[in-house]
Design a protein around this ligand. Structure first.
Ligand code: HEC
Ligand code: HEC
Ligand code: HEC
Ligand code: HEC
Ligand code: HEC
Length: 218
């Protein structure tokens, strides 16, 4: 009896040990895989804005230039969000209580900006600058996706370090002529892989491979 018990106990002990070892490997592996998924990165997460602003109406329908509302994008580090004044220049009517435009009315009345929620955001220890990208032919679309088709803006890129560095190592394929930086659905004149144009733009905008740590961590 006791021999059987001992043998069984030994088997259980061995199985437990194997299971524990497996867990010690499995848990960090799963965690490491998880943090790389689009879900963990916050990609495509739904963010509800105070006013249901729709880029499709304003960009695709009314053909308003991105830079009318995001006026810092060519000149400074941040693109900036539009002041309420920019909305009111077109939306002049007074809204009934309960209208989705209510926060605009409140903003005009109080002078406080509409509390837009950020969608794309880097940690504070990373240095990013819009103007350098936009002035060297990197289009909004390359990092923010098809804004002209977005009912609500979502984070369109993983925003990981390797996402930034991958492009910095080989930026040529993503470059466009400056006239096309805000174009949505851009296709290079020579087709999807216009290698000649890429080489011309690398030269024209004097672009280098910037993968030093101090480029983004200052
Ligand atoms: C160049 C003029 C213009 C500007 C600037 C503008 N809009 Fe509009 N917006 C329009 C037009 C035109 C419509 C379509 C109205 C319709 O279909 O009834 C519209 C529709 C909307 C709608 C859909 C709801 C509705 O009334 O039909 C919202 C919400 C909205 N705009 C918010 C804003 C906000 C917020 C801003 C500022 C960031 C802004 N708009 C700037 C012209 C403009
Ligand atoms: C009429 C004004 C207007 C125009 C034109 C406009 N936007 Fe916006 N944009 C807004 C407002 C208001 C928000 C904040 C609410 C939201 O996220 O929808 C916003 C948000 C964004 C965001 C998300 C910001 C964040 O926190 O990550 C991106 C990206 C963006 N716009 C890109 C573009 C691009 C690209 C274009 C041109 C193709 C464009 N916008 C044209 C008003 C505008
Ligand atoms: C190289 C990638 C890249 C390009 C190109 C780019 N953006 Fe961005 N954008 C970002 C990142 C990253 C953030 C978040 C920055 C942060 O948190 O400091 C951001 C944030 C924003 C924001 C919200 C915060 C802010 O900066 O005010 C808006 C609006 C925006 N971008 C609009 C645009 C528009 C419009 C264009 C094209 C004219 C554009 N972006 C081109 C990567 C890019
Ligand atoms: C789609 C391509 C692309 C992506 C994605 C991209 N960059 Fe860039 N970045 C460029 C190009 C092109 C330049 C200009 C290089 C040059 O001037 O030689 C640049 C320049 C910069 C500079 C300016 C360096 C300086 O001071 O001269 C910084 C800072 C920077 N990027 C940070 C970032 C960060 C942070 C991210 C990720 C959140 C990022 N970039 C993602 C293409 C990209
Ligand atoms: C082109 C821009 C860029 C360059 C170049 C770059 N980083 Fe980063 N780094 C980032 C971004 C963006 C993040 C934030 C990633 C995130 O939120 O997960 C980051 C995050 C980090 C972190 C925090 C831990 C982590 O992985 O989230 C460390 C540490 C770091 N970088 C070190 C370095 C070192 C060392 C170098 C040089 C070999 C370097 N970085 C070069 C953009 C850059």
């Amino acid at each position: 009896m006791s021999a059987i018990f001992n043998r069984r106990a030994a088997t259980v002990a061995r199985a437990t040990l194997v299971a524990l070892c497996a867990l010690v490997i499995l848990i960090p592996t799963v965690a490491m895989l998880w943090v790389r998924t689009p879900w963990a990165r916050g990609e495509h997460r739904r963010i509800v804005q105070p006013v249901p602003f729709d880029h499709r109406i304003h960009v695709t329908g009314l053909r308003i230039d991105c830079r009318y509302c995001h006026s810092g994008v060519e000149r400074s580090a941040s693109a900036g969000l539009p002041s309420t004044q920019k909305c009111v220049s077109c939306h002049t009517q007074l809204w009934r209580a309960g209208s989705p435009m209510e926060p605009i009315r409140q903003s005009v009345a109080t002078g406080r900006p509409i509390p837009w929620r950020r969608v794309t955001q880097l940690p504070d220890f990373v240095y990013f600058n819009h103007s350098i990208h936009v002035n060297k032919g990197v289009g909004c679309e390359s990092c923010h996706g098809r804004i002209d088709q977005a009912a609500e803006v979502e984070q369109a890129a993983p925003l990981t370090m390797s996402w930034c560095v991958d492009c910095h190592r080989n930026p040529a394929p993503t470059l466009r002529p400056l006239e096309a930086v805000t174009t949505q659905g851009y296709v290079p004149p020579g087709g999807d892989r216009d290698i000649e144009l890429a080489a011309v733009l690398m030269k024209r905008y004097q672009i280098h491979s910037l993968a030093n740590c101090t480029t983004c961590h200052r």
